[in-house]
Structures are given as structure tokens and as C-alpha cells.
Design a protein around this ligand. Sequence first.
Ligand SMILES: *Cc1c(COP(=O)(O)O)cnc(C)c1O
Length: 408
Amino acid sequence: MITREECAALDAADPLAAFRGEFTLPPGVVYLDGNSLGVLPARTPARVRQVVEEEWGRELIRSWNDAGWFEQPYRLGRRIAPLIGAAPEEVVVCDTTSVNLFKVLTAALRLRPGRRTVLGDGAAFPTDLYIAEGVTGLVPGTRSVLVDPAALDSHLDGDVAVVVLSHVDYRTGELLDMPGITARVQAAGALMIWDVCHSVGALPVELGASGADFAVGCTYKYLNGGPGSPAFLFVAGRHLAAGPEQPLSGWFGHARPFAFEPGYDPKEGIGRFLTSSPSLLGQAALEASLDVWEQADPAAVRTKSLALTDLFVSLVEGLDGIEVATPREHARRGSQVALRHADGYPVVQALIARGVIGDFRAPDLMRFGFTPLYLSHTDVWDAAQQLAEVLESGEWKDERFARRGEVT
Ligand SMILES: *Cc1c(COP(=O)(O)O)cnc(C)c1O
């Protein structure tokens, strides 16, 4: 078994080690929940303060032009594009993942008239399924069907209009084959929408090279944009050229919003997927976090992510009552490790009381996210040690760890 000293030696040779200084980590905490809410980048408070006090407080409405507020959704989209393998004009930052999925899924359905089925993963993050239900409820004749992605091919008949899948499963951390699945979906005449919430910032995402049609993703997980920070959406250039129609036709998607015309005339390009005024404070926090991402080499992030998840798995497998639910093969693993335990909820609470923060997803999964920019190998060793102690001592059986909060 690897020792803590050996982990410290790995940290000393870690090319990403200096990034830890870019983040504000509370003392005494090993944070393994950056896959749910990323940590605060050190430069974010100053950037948000500047927007509040100077751009808003002093310059007031002039900032829409002078501080580039109007352009901000596009500017941030251009900066997210390299993280998801997209062209700069294919991405825009706006709204939330759920709202953006509503827009791109409806747009995709309209590109496949005559086909009636939307396929989704029955085990997907439920908001994606709820949105698919909402969209198919509005478009007459269409229906949402839930399948197991492993059996997707047997469902790809001539009635399938769109397939929506998560690149990385939010529970198990399983990574799907984006280019392979996209090709098979398109060969069946359907369109492919990827949800990259759990892969953007965790591993290199290649939407363009995979031929993806549409994608959505959030920025408060691995990208560290802050709680409720704005999401993004991707539309392949070939679809943008054809002028896809999205249903939330608000004034920010209009070709001339400040002409205040009564009829809707969508913008050319990705701008037609905008709906409303951007949430500038949230966008400012995201902007600061993207400054950090621009300095990080995605290949180095992936290499370290796999090293950290490998390390954690090697240290915890064999612990009493633990079963590793995350795939062992690198090609099938995102940047988190999920452990099954019959009493996962109180075990995670006991671990949090010791300063190791993970989370729990029903019915029995303890989730641990590994964020290479601010986690070290010794952090991982310490977390595994704490988990072993929690299980051995049985301290998780204390009744205070059984109480459930609104958010698990
Ligand atoms: C986090 C997450 C979301 C979040 O949706 P919001 O609308 O931003 O709250 C959606 N889909 C997946 C797969 C997620 O992991």
C-alpha cells in the first residue's frame, strides 16, 4: 500500500501543484465535492467587487456599452469553447443547464419533423429527463423514452429524432464514448445532444471532433463559476448556418433588440439562442474562474485526474462494506469515484464532520469528486485514511449523522 510520504513525493513532482494557490480552500478541509460545487477562485471576489462597485455602482447603465456587458455572453462562450472542443462562435453563456436543454432539445426536434421519439438515459440526472418530458408534452405527437445507454443501439429506429445523454454519469462517474455514440445516433438519422456538466473542466471534451449536434453544460461544478453560475450551450456550426429555431424567443435573441419591434426576428448565429438580459454578477464570477482555466493544460489535468482517482480506488477498495461503483478502465471513467455502502448517507456525514467533504446520492452511493487544480495526492491519502477510520470506529452510527438536510 502506498504511504503518505510517497504521496508527498508525487505532490512535489506535480506540474499542476502551483494552481492550488489560485483557490481559497478553508483550512482543515479536504474538498472532494468540486464535482457538485467548485471552490472559490482567489481572484473571484475582486472581480465581482469591481463589477458591483465600479461597473454598476459608478458607471451605471453606461456599462452595457462601456464595460462590454452586452457582449459578455459571447465573450464567455468564446472562452469556454476550447474547453469543450468547439469553435468560438458555437458557444454562448446564458441561463441554466435545464433552460438551455429546453431550448436546444426543442430546436433539435424541429430539425427532425416526422420523427417522434426523444431517447434519454433512465439513470440520467433527472432534470434532463424532466425537461425532455416538458418538451415532448408541448410538441404534439412526440414522446420521451428512457433507455439504458448500453442498449442504445437497439432503440435507434427510424422514429428517433433526438438522443440526450450525459457524457459522464453524475452518480457512477462512468464516461461514455462520445465520438462512437454520436456517429451511431447520426447514422440512424437522429441528432445527438450531449450534457457535459460532469465532464467540462474534468477532462478534455471534443464536441467538434465527435460531430456532436448540440450540447449543454454548467459552470459551477469543475469550472468553479460559483453557486448558480450561468450555464452554456453549444450548437454545431452546420446547424447554426441553417437557422435553427428555439422556443424561448426573448429580446436578447432578436436581431435588433433595441429597435423594439413587435415581431420576432432572430439573430444570425449562436445569439439566437439567447433569451434575456445576462446575469452579470454571476457572469463576472465565471469570468474570473476562466482566467485560471486558461493557464491549465487540459492533458495534464486529465493525467492527474486519473492518477488521483486510481489512488483513491486503490486505497479504499477492500474497506468493510465498500463496493467501487466507478469503472476501472480509464477510457470509461470521469473525474469522480462513487462508492456503494448500505449506510452511505451517515458514513458521508461522519466523514464531513472530520473535514472530508463528499456527498451522497440515493439510494446508496457516496460520491467523491477529484479536481486536479486544487487537490493533492496527500489530500487523497488523508481522505482515504479518514474513511477507513470512520468505518472501523463505527462512529457513523451516531444518530446525528442520520438526519437529512434538504440538499444531500
Ligand atoms: C448539475 C447538472 C445539471 C444542473 O442543471 P441546472 O439547471 O443548472 O440546475 C443538469 N444536468 C446535469 C447532468 C448535471 O450534472
